[in-house]
Design a binder for this molecule. Structure first.
Ligand SMILES: Cc1cc2nc3c(=O)[nH]c(=O)nc-3n(C[C@H](O)[C@H](O)[C@H](O)COP(=O)(O)OP(=O)(O)OC[C@H]3O[C@@H](n4cnc5c(N)ncnc54)[C@H](O)[C@@H]3O)c2cc1C
Length: 369
């Protein structure tokens, strides 16, 4: 059973990237990947802020050959097929409290429901995380982000560059002076839609108090970029649905589960692998009825890896060359400056075998008992 506080299941943003470590789970769960109208990524291109000339290109043409699954850029969409009983979605159910010993949830309207396990997938402002007693130290990032969509057809009609042809995530700036200025372009909808994430310092425009539903204007989007490569700037000039994406920096949480409840996704940290871990641990093969053991193994498997990814993403926001593709690119002179020990590589992300990890952790525990 899924309880949702809103009166509908909605999408935020247009594109969503999914590397091999996420695609692996979509394939295992039988998700209809085609429904997401994906672009299969072939390159990561980092461009000079002013000229747009490529500063570093990471070739992903052999990505599937190397890591077994595609690197997709999806449009956010909801699929319906899959094995087993479909989950029921109950809207207008805002969870207010959970009894961690009995599994009883109390909703805002006073009604209750009782379940064996409670999985808090309730986002960055998670109520369940609060119920678990986790104190959040989060501070707003010192930069802003506006997201906008551009239709490829419209851009081509105006004689602008057809970025969809590169099948690439492309970056302008994002390192050195000033690192907080960066444009990230993700093609989606089979290349028909270009999804732009536009970052700038908060002094150049502060949207920290504006939610995703409060649209920003075109002049607000363009103002921070007087010296940006004109080719991409002209794309932004035809941008629509300009919305602020509020960004926060927060420290890793001390634990992710307690009693009969745990947190996943943005409530814990961002990752599709959390859902993969819970599915594996609670599978017929691995679950023996001991909910406490299952939740402890979930934390043991996911927390160290999730925390390392979180730290790498935080560094990448200060320097785009800390991003996995660029830091793994041995031909990129800028990646050589990156701390070897902390570096998160594509290999490390994509060769990890969670099934084996879960099996080993369970065997170690059960051997001990
Ligand atoms: C513009 C944008 C672009 C992004 N691009 C990417 C990307 O390319 N790749 C990527 O991996 N991630 C991306 N992200 C991040 C990604 O969207 C999040 O990591 C992901 O949505 C987190 O999913 P979630 O289910 O954990 O939380 P959410 O998507 O926040 O969902 C939480 C749900 O819980 C509901 N809820 C909250 N509180 C309660 C309550 N008390 N009771 C009941 N229901 C409640 C909310 O209404 C919501 O529906 C992007 C985010 C944005 C905004």
């Amino acid at each position: 059973m899924i309880y949702e506080r809103a009166d509908f299941a909605r999408e935020v943003g247009a594109s969503i990237s999914c590397a091999a470590n996420g695609t692996r789970w979509l394939e295992e769960w039988g998700v209809n990947i085609e429904l997401g109208d994906p672009v299969i990524l072939k390159q990561l291109i980092s461009r000079d802020w002013k000229t747009g000339e490529p500063a570093s290109v990471y070739d992903l043409h052999n990505y599937k050959g190397k890591w077994g699954c595609n690197y997709y850029m999806f449009h956010r969409a909801v699929g319906q097929r899959g094995q087993g009983t479909p989950a029921k979605l109950k809207v207008n159910h805002k969870a207010k409290d959970v009894n961690l010993d009995t599994g009883e949830i109390t909703f805002e309207d006073g009604t209750t429901a009782k379940h064996d396990v409670i999985i808090g997938a309730d986002g960055i402002g998670s109520t369940i995380r609060n119920v678990l007693g986790i104190k959040v130290e989060k501070v707003p990032a010192s930069w802003s982000c506006l997201h906008t969509n551009v239709d490829t057809e419209e851009a081509v009609k105006l004689g602008l560059v057809d970025y969809s042809k590169n099948s690439a995530i492309e970056y302008w700036g994002g390192y050195e002076n000033p690192a907080h200025y960066k444009i990230v372009l993700s093609p989606c909808n089979g290349g028909k839609l270009l999804s732009y994430y536009c970052f700038f310092s908060r002094e150049a425009g502060d949207f920290q108090n504006q939610s995703w539903d409060e649209a920003a204007t075109l002049p607000e989007l363009l103002a921070p970029y007087p010296d940006l490569d004109r080719q991409v700037f002209k794309h932004l000039e035809i941008g629509y649905e300009i919305r602020p994406w509020r960004l926060w920096k927060h420290d890793p949480y001390p634990y992710w589960q307690k009693g009969l409840a745990c947190v996943i996704g943005d409530a814990a940290h961002p990752a599709i692998e959390d859902a993969g871990a819970l599915g594996t641990i609670f599978s017929k093969k691995n679950f023996n009825g001991d909910i406490r053991e299952a939740l402890e193994v979930y934390e043991e498997v996911r927390k160290p890896r999730g925390t390392k990814v979180q730290a790498a993403s935080s560094r990448a926001s200060e320097n785009i060359h800390e991003r996995m593709g660029f830091s793994s690119n041995k031909d990129n002179p800028l990646s050589l400056r990156i701390n070897e020990e902390k570096r998160l590589t594509i290999d490390e992300m994509n060769t990890y075998d969670m099934h084996a990890d879960v099996a080993a952790k369970l065997a170690a525990r059960r051997g001990k008992n």
